[in-house]
Ligand binder design. Structure first.
Ligand code: SAM
Ligand code: SF4
Length: 440
């Protein structure tokens, strides 16, 4: 049996896609391996979101070129967003590449592998309006047996001006809710206790059939009802679409986690318009107020892009003041990276010097560290239910788990098992972690 090694870069959606690829190759007589040295086939599932993400993959492909000198029959495949964006150019740029497969063509992998047997190259990069890999039960790669991702939709049609995703992942489409429910039930029966529903904009999940529509809030509710012991999370909400109905649904189920990732990108109305985000600073603040009204202990995280085209210090300060106003619990923060063929690349100049982007980014990171620390300090003395996910990296005698608010808590191992729920009281914290003690 030939062995396949899958290496994944980028977002949770890519992780989930690799698990679909795993299922497809296993079903077709290949074996998955976690050891690169044992592989007959290496698949790299790639990310195009920023230039440095692509650069990392290109460096890796050069390493595989050396590996192929030692192992001439080794095949290398590039999957996902870079495959879609660069298509055949990848063959020209990287001699090690044998197969190129876009995000909607994973079902073609077995036939592409047959094609490359005799030293040819093979590619499949057509985007689809329908493919959701609906009935494929993913192989859980690198799983802790407790938390799993379920992809509920694919693609994106928001066309934020800086973003490459609508070009690499194609049209937005939702997956049949029954297959999502079956996957969630199956996971629960196998002992999983937390699932994260994935999509680029989960609020626009919509399954229509015989005049009946199932929306995201209804889908969440169906999943929450599987068992009170199954935690439900989701990512990502778009601020323009997050609805009162969804927030009320989160508030009314204990097992839907009190955590919302709501990417703001910028606090400046001028930047938001240029980014084509379709909300204003004020709209965003109203959404935050709505969340806090229904779910007072909800934690909120965000994504921020710094140094977007023509961003002034005033625009930057609007982002800083937005951060302070919301008091984000966590943030993913990035320098703007121009992506070829996006609306921003065609229409605007990438005119903020790299050093200035980084200076602004560092300012943002410092503020976020303080905000995260402040948020953690507020938790000291409070009690939380924690789902145990694994062993602490720093100490053999400690375990770690997460609160509903998605905060990591470290506590003594005693005789708890991974997958147990325990109640802990928070004693101390750093800006990144809570330290707790079991209470009865
Ligand atoms: N669909 C999600 C959303 O709208 O929030 C996530 C998309 S993307 C995988 C995750 C984050 O990458 C975005 O929220 C944005 O902050 C960042 N990003 C996207 N394009 C970027 C670019 N060209 N340069 C820097 N950061 C970018
Ligand atoms: Fe990109 Fe915007 Fe779609 Fe998110 S919503 S994937 S940032 S285009």
């Amino acid at each position: 049996m030939k062995k396949v090694f899958i290496e994944t870069y980028g977002c949770q959606m890519n992780q989930s896609d690799s698990e679909i690829v795993g299922a497809i190759v296993e079903k077709n007589g290949y074996e998955l391996t976690t050891e690169l040295e044992d592989a007959d086939i290496i698949f790299v599932n790639t990310c195009s979101i920023r230039e440095n993400a692509e650069q990392r993959v290109k460096n890796r492909l050069s390493q595989f070129e050396n590996l192929k000198k030692k192992k001439p029959n080794l095949k290398v495949g590039v999957l996902g967003c870079m495959a879609e964006r660069l298509k055949d150019d990848l063959f020209k740029e990287n001699k090690s590449v044998d197969i190129i497969v876009g995000p909607d063509s994973y079902r073609d992998i077995p036939s592409l592998l047959d094609e490359v047997e005799n030293g040819q190259k093979a590619a499949s990069v057509l985007l689809s309006k329908e493919e959701t890999y609906s009935e494929i039960i993913p192989v859980r790669l690198g799983s802790n047996g407790v938390s799993a991702f379920i992809s509920i939709m694919r693609g994106c049609e928001n066309f934020c001006s800086y973003c490459v995703v609508p070009f690499t992942r194609g049209k937005e489409r939702s997956r049949d809710y029954r297959t999502i429910l079956n996957e969630a039930k199956d996971l629960f029966e196998k002992g999983y206790r937390e699932i994260t529903l994935l999509g680029q904009n989960v609020n626009s999940y919509r399954w229509e059939e015989e005049g009946k529509t199932t929306n995201f809030a209804q889908l969440m509710e169906m999943i929450a009802k599987i068992s009170p012991l199954l935690r439900v999370r989701f990512s990502t909400s778009h601020p323009k679409d997050i609805s009162e109905e969804l927030i009320k649904t989160i508030a009314s189920y204990d097992n839907i986690c009190n955590y919302i990732h709501l990417p703001v990108q910028s606090g400046s109305n001028r930047m938001l318009e240029k980014m084509n985000r379709k909300y204003t600073r004020e709209d965003y603040m109203n959404k935050i107020e709505m969340i806090k009204k229904y779910i007072p202990d909800c934690s909120i995280s965000t994504d921020i892009i710094t140094g977007f085209c023509s961003e002034t210090l005033e625009d930057h300060n609007d982002t800083l003041s937005m951060m302070e106003w919301v008091g984000y619990d966590y943030a993913f923060m990035f320098n703007y990276s121009q992506r070829p063929n996006t609306i921003a690349a065609k229409k605007f100049e990438d005119d903020i010097p790299a050093e200035e982007k980084t200076r602004r980014l560092e300012e943002i990171i410092v503020i976020q560290r303080e905000l995260s620390h402040k948020s953690n300090i507020k938790d000291i003395g409070k009690e939380f239910e924690v789902l145990i996910e694994g062993k602490s990296k720093r100490s053999e005698d400690k375990l770690f788990g997460r609160t509903s608010q998605n905060k990591v808590v470290i506590f003594d191992k005693e005789d708890f098992k991974i997958g147990d729920y325990i109640k802990v009281k928070i004693k101390e914290c750093t800006s990144a972690t809570l330290i707790g003690e079991k209470v009865n």
